[in-house]
Design a binder for this molecule. Structure first.
Ligand code: GDP
Length: 302
């Protein structure tokens, strides 16, 4: 187990108990511990540097609050700063004024995009919506089949479309399927279309061009970047790449049931400016929850 940040600070301040002021010296000591704790929580190095600077400025400018020990003061500053970055409230989900609203799912292969599409469909249904799913991964029949299974298990409508199994398909087919699905959703009275896109093992130009074209065609109300919380730094790099091109509206962090410490949430938010909207907490369709910034902060702070 990690020693949590509060404990670490407690330890580094053990000689200062009773001394109610934050001095430059004890702030520097605390910042060293905070830096380590954030790095251990998988927060991106650049983000850690920015954060430490912000915390230093706040701490130096803090009035002496006699009721709080130096540790408590610093813990409070760090806590406030993290919540500040993540945003205090759970982010809202956006819909178009003209249904169907399109949710474009973006992310690398294996991040949990298909699973999350199903979870999102189920969550939206609970909220009284009628979602439809479509996979535009024309390159991998197995990916489309996986979404069909997800649709069956969650009892969600799906647009499967037609693709000749003997032909190689490309972006033109992706766009055709997406367009047909949007029309089909409207015809069937579905108010939301969730578009599961092709993932690659890494960022490549072809994938990015295709995503940009999908965005242009579908005018999505949400572009959700799905990231595996366990992949830490890689998740941050791909978040940046997807955001630069698509201006994502939010992120979903999957596999939070593992021992990911949640630092990726902070980094993705800081690097893209987009809010984390949901967490995936298991493989089952209901292992999914709206993101609460304070819970991640407690996970990081311990
Ligand atoms: P895609 O390639 O991005 O569509 O990823 P998938 O949806 O196929 O997910 C990849 C793997 O991660 C699958 O084995 C999923 O069951 C698993 N997975 C997805 N989300 C979660 C999650 O929140 N927790 C856990 N433990 N596994 C997940």
């Amino acid at each position: 187990m990690f020693e949590n940040l509060s404990e670490k600070l407690q330890r580094s301040f053990k000689n200062l108990r009773g001394q109610g002021t934050l001095t430059e010296e004890n702030i520097s000591e605390a910042l060293r511990e905070i830096r380590l704790a954030l790095l251990e929580s998988d927060v991106n190095l650049d983000v850690v540097k920015q954060l430490i600077e912000q915390i230093r400025i706040k701490a130096l400018g803090t009035q002496v609050a006699t009721a709080l020990s130096p540790t408590e003061q610093i813990v409070k500053i760090v806590n406030d700063e993290l919540v500040n970055i993540l945003g205090k409230d759970t982010a809202r989900f956006k819909f178009s004024s003209q249904p169907p609203s399109v949710i474009l799912m973006a992310g690398l292969q294996g991040s949990g995009k298909t699973t999350t599409s199903g979870k999102l469909a189920q969550w939206l249904k609970k909220g009284g919506h009628r979602p439809m799913l479509v996979s535009v991964d024309v390159y991998r029949p197995a990916a489309r089949e996986q979404l069909a299974v997800v649709a069956r298990t969650t009892g969600t409508s799906i647009y499967e479309g037609k693709l000749d199994p003997d032909t190689t398909h490309g972006t033109a087919d992706v766009l055709r399927l997406a367009k047909e699905a949007k029309r089909d959703a409207a015809n069937f009275g579905c108010d939301i279309l969730i578009v599961d896109t092709a993932g690659r093992l890494g960022i490549d130009k072809e994938l990015m061009d295709e995503m940009a074209e999908l965005k242009k065609l579908l005018n999505p109300s949400e572009i959700l970047f799905v990231a595996d919380a366990m992949t830490g730094q890689d998740a941050v790099n791909s978040a940046k790449a997807f955001n630069d091109l698509l201006a994502i509206t939010g992120a979903v962090l999957t596999k939070m049931d593992g021992d990911a410490r949640g630092g990726a949430a902070l980094s993705i938010r800081q690097v893209t400016g987009a809010p984390i909207k949901f967490l995936g907490t298991g493989e089952k369709p209901d292992a999914f929850e709206p993101f609460h910034p304070d819970r991640i902060v407690s996970r990081i702070m311990g």
